[in-house]
Write a protein that binds this ligand. Structure first.
Ligand code: ATP
Ligand code: LTN
Length: 337
């Protein structure tokens, strides 16, 4: 017990806005799993964030539970990681409101995700989409984490969180720990199979670009066979992200799932064209995802187990979050309940 208290705190979340992809796994969840014992961990389904874009209610509920089952199937042990659903911990909404009042209109206007998402959803540029980073700051600051592992696209939100925390601390004293973003190595950026210039993403309109964790092996193999490679003349398997982004992305995926280095991969496919390489990557990915898909399927059928995990997670998370919230309420001048 004493030992866990000394561990540094790590926290992150993913929106259940689409089915998790190979990118979510290699870029985020796999790293979380590897750091389980080193940190005191909080990982959540950011369902409150996902309604900033219109969702089908039944699909949102299904994806939230599937995401939890997939977290566990990927190796996140609920005994060692606090896994919870954001909307089950009311302190997120409560601190979110307070932090809205300490986040500037100008700061929010500069967020690139807001600009991107408002361009994509021109008919629904709602207040939540605009103030989303204040809720994200609350998600983070409630747990006083040391590190927040996120992809590059979320770095700006973590910087904003730091600014809000510093502003608040400057007025009221040391209330929040100012967290560091924890950005994975460049190699962890998995690109779309149909467009190697853009990130593999769970809300991509083109289903051929993304590999989903729950996808059938034959579909995975088909997508890898059809993956865009490069139109250079040499047609050999060589790691060169600038010149050969398609092949380099496939090499990065192959390396991540087999543990082989780029030199080993180049040697393995020396003298062979892309025709041998692409199915080999597909097979390796199928074998990596097979146990995850099977385990997630089993967990999903056990509704009582899933419920026990998210209830225990919400309870543990609420305990920690409410401590911070009480401090904040007192500092800003609310009368104690
Ligand atoms: P959306 O399409 O809904 O915006 P997304 O698929 O781009 O979502 P996020 O939910 O923004 O993914 O990402 C959750 C976390 O997963 C990020 O912090 C990021 O680290 C990681 N991640 C997602 N996609 C990739 C990818 N293709 N490569 C590496 N990491 C990724
Ligand atoms: N905004 C993030 C998801 C997210 C998050 C967080 C990540 C919501 N709250 C707190 C880290 C910490 C996204 O869209 N990927």
């Amino acid at each position: 017990m004493v030992e866990t208290e000394k561990k540094k705190v790590m926290l992150s979340g993913i929106q259940p806005s689409g089915d998790l992809t190979l990118g979510s796994y290699l870029g985020a969840i796999k790293n979380w799993v590897e750091r389980t014992d080193e940190f005191d961990n909080y990982y959540f389904m950011a369902d409150m964030h996902s309604i900033t874009v219109r969702q089908d209610p039944a699909a949102l509920r299904r994806r939230t539970l599937e995401q939890l089952a997939q977290y566990i199937a990927c190796g996140l042990d609920p005994e060692k990681n606090t896994l919870f659903i954001q909307s089950h911990v009311p302190a997120h909404a409560e601190l979110g409101w307070v932090l809205n009042c300490y986040t500037m209109f100008g700061e929010l206007s500069r967020m690139t995700q807001f600009k991107d998402k408002s361009a994509k959803n021109a008919d629904n540029i709602n207040g939540g989409l605009f103030t989303y980073p204040a809720l994200m700051a609350a998600d983070i600051l409630l747990y006083q984490p040391d590190y927040v592992p996120v992809g590059n696209d979320q770095k700006q939100h973590v910087e904003l969180t730091r600014n809000v925390a510093e502003r608040f601390n400057h007025i009221y004293g040391d209330v929040f720990k100012v967290p560091e973003p924890y950005i994975p190595k460049v190699g962890a950026r998995v690109m779309s199979l149909s467009d190697p210039a853009s990130k593999m993403s769970k809300s991509d309109k083109d289903p051929n670009g993304s590999i989903y964790l729950m996808e059938k092996p034959e579909d995975i193999l088909r997508k890898f066979k059809r993956a865009v490679t490069d139109s250079d003349t040499e047609k050999c398997v060589r790691y060169a992200p600038e010149e050969k982004p398609g092949v380099s992305n496939l090499m990065a995926i192959y390396s991540a799932v087999t543990g082989k280095t780029f030199a080993e991969i180049e040697a393995e496919f020396d003298g062979q064209g892309y025709g041998a390489f692409k199915p080999a990557v597909g097979e390796a990915v199928v074998e990596t995802l097979r146990p995850i898909r099977e385990e997630a399927g089993r967990i999903l059928k056990d509704k009582a187990y899933l419920e026990s995990v998210y209830k225990a997670g919400a309870e543990k998370a609420s305990y920690v979050a409410n401590k911070t919230l009480r401090k904040v309420y007192k500092k800003v001048g609310f009368v104690a309940r």
